[in-house]
Design a protein. Structure first.
Length: 169
């Protein structure tokens, strides 16, 4: 067993807490608490989780947090799985990664109002130009010639009128 695990387990028992009480207070899972008390750090995916859980647990038990964290770092350096921190590179792998990375670096509290104003100004200019272009167009440009062209009768579709008769006297 590791010294941090012994220290956490001993402090919890000395204060009379159960694992379930610690889990309720810290909102940590009971299997995480058991793994910490057993020194089973391979149970965790990354050292950042171990450090966060140990810091929370040591704070709850009112231990010397900087000392416990120093001891934990020494123990993690001996572990094969958690010896080195996972690589965090600033090199994006593709275009989408590069765009996402650049957008994550933007201070949106500053740029969102500026972009909103620019979009509003651009939309206003576009609407104004469309309105002016529409006004400048000739509304009668698609009209054909202004000569009257009577409709030609289509044979049997029209009825013939009777011949005029002379009125009788």
């Amino acid at each position: 067993m590791s010294s941090v695990a012994d220290e956490l387990h001993g402090a919890r028992e000395a204060q009379g807490h159960t694992i379930h009480q610690v889990a309720e207070i810290t909102k940590m899972r009971t299997d995480h608490i058991r793994a910490l008390e057993e020194g089973n750090y391979d149970f965790f995916v990354a050292p950042v989780y171990i450090r966060g859980f140990v810091r929370t647990y040591a704070t709850l038990l009112k231990l010397d947090v900087p000392k416990v964290m120093g001891d934990l770092d020494a123990e993690l350096k001996q572990s094969k799985k958690h010896r080195e921190a996972p690589p965090l590179t600033d090199e994006p792998r593709g275009l989408l990664d590069w765009i996402s990375f650049q957008l994550s670096r933007v201070d949106w509290r500053l740029w969102l109002p500026i972009l909103s104003v620019l979009v509003a100004v651009g939309l206003t200019i576009w609407v104004y130009r469309a309105f002016k272009t529409r006004q400048a167009e000739d509304p009668l440009r698609d009209l054909g010639p202004g000569i009257y062209q009577p409709v030609k009768p289509a044979g049997s579709d029209t009825l013939s009128l009777p011949a005029p008769t002379r009125p009788r006297r």
